[in-house]
Write a protein that binds this ligand. Structure first.
Ligand code: SF4
Length: 253
C-alpha cells in the first residue's frame, strides 16, 4: 500500500496531530499554506528560469491568488476579523520578500536544471511503496556534480539534522536509485535566503529511515494513532499529557 513522503513527514512531526488532522479533516493552518505557496512559487520560478523567461508579474499573481483563497478560508476557520487581517498582511509581506529573493538573488545559485517537481516511487517491500516528489535536480554550476535540492523555509532549515529529516533521506534514496549512484550530493536550500546545508546521508541513515517508515506505515494504515512515537516525542514538552504509549486514538477516516 502506498504512503507519501508528505504523510511520513507529517506523522514524524507529531503523530497525534497527524491523526487529529486526518480524522477531523482540519483546514490547513496559515503556516502550512504559506509553505505550500512558497513551494508552488519556487517550482513555477524554476520552470520559467529553465525556459529562459522569468515573469515577475506571474510570480506576483501566484502569491496574490493564494492569498485570496487563504483569506476566504482563514476568515472562518481560525481567526477573529482583527487577527486574520494582520495574518494575511504578514502572509503578503513574506510573499514580497520571497519573490524579491527569487528575482534578484537565487539566479546566481541555480545550476543547470535537470528536473523540477518530478514524481518518484520507491518500493520498500511487497506491500509498501513510497510516493514523493523531488523539488529540484540540477547540475552544480561549479562542481558539475548532479545534486538534489530540497527547499525549506529559512528558519526551519536547521530544525532537524538532514540525516534525520525523513523527506531528505527518502528523496535521497529515490534519487540515488534513479541515477544509479551510491553517493550523491543532497542540499537543503532556503527558499528566501542564500543559506543552505549540504547533507551527508549515508547507508545507516537510510536504513534507520526505512525502519521508521515501516512503523509509520503500520500506524497510518491500521488507523491506530500514537502507537509508534516519532523522534520528536522523546523531547516533546507535551509527552506526559499526550499519553503516547499504548493509547488507541482516533480511527483514520
Ligand atoms: S508526545 Fe508530543 S510530538 Fe509526540 S504525539 Fe504527543 S504531542 Fe505529538
Amino acid at each position: 500500500m502506498e504512503i507519501t513522503t508528505k504523510e511520513i513527514t507529517e506523522y514524524s512531526f507529531c503523530p497525534k496531530l497527524y491523526f487529529f488532522k486526518n480524522s477531523f479533516k482540519l483546514t490547513p493552518s496559515l503556516e502550512e499554506y504559506y509553505n505550500d505557496t512558497l513551494h508552488r512559487l519556487m517550482h513555477r520560478f524554476l520552470f520559467m528560469a529553465r525556459d529562459g523567461e522569468v515573469s515577475a508579474k506571474e510570480l506576483k499573481m501566484i502569491w496574490a491568488s493564494s492569498a485570496i483563497v487563504q483569506r476566504r478560508k482563514s476568515k472562518f476557520a481560525y481567526y477573529s476579523p482583527a487577527t486574520w487581517k494582520s495574518s494575511i498582511s504578514e502572509f503578503n509581506k513574506k510573499g514580497v520578500a520571497a519573490i524579491n529573493f527569487l528575482l534578484n538573488t537565487y539566479p546566481s545559485l541555480l545550476g543547470s536544471v535537470i528536473a523540477i517537481n518530478e514524481p518518484y516511487r520507491v518500493i520498500l517491500s511487497k506491500d509498501i511503496e513510497i510516493a514523493g516528489k523531488w523539488d529540484l535536480i540540477q547540475e552544480n554550476k561549479g562542481t558539475k556534480e548532479i545534486e538534489l535540492i530540497i527547499f525549506k523555509e529559512h528558519d526551519k532549515l536547521a530544525h532537524v539534522p538532514p540525516t534525520q529529516d525523513y523527506k531528505a533521506v527518502i528523496d535521497t534514496l529515490a534519487f540515488r536509485e534513479k541515477f544509479n549512484i551510491t553517493e550523491g550530493a543532497t542540499v537543503l536550500q532556503s527558499f528566501n535566503s542564500e543559506k543552505k546545508i549540504s547533507a551527508k546521508i549515508g547507508s545507516p541513515h537510510i536504513k534507520e529511515a526505512i525502519d521508521s517508515v515501516k512503523n509509520i506505515h503500520k500506524a497510518v494504515t491500521s488507523g491506530i494513532s500514537f502507537k509508534y512515537p516519532s523522534y520528536r516525542c522523546k523531547s516533546c514538552s507535551a509527552k506526559l499529557i499526550c499519553r503516547m504509549n499504548g493509547v488507541n486514538g482516533q480511527q483514520k477516516a
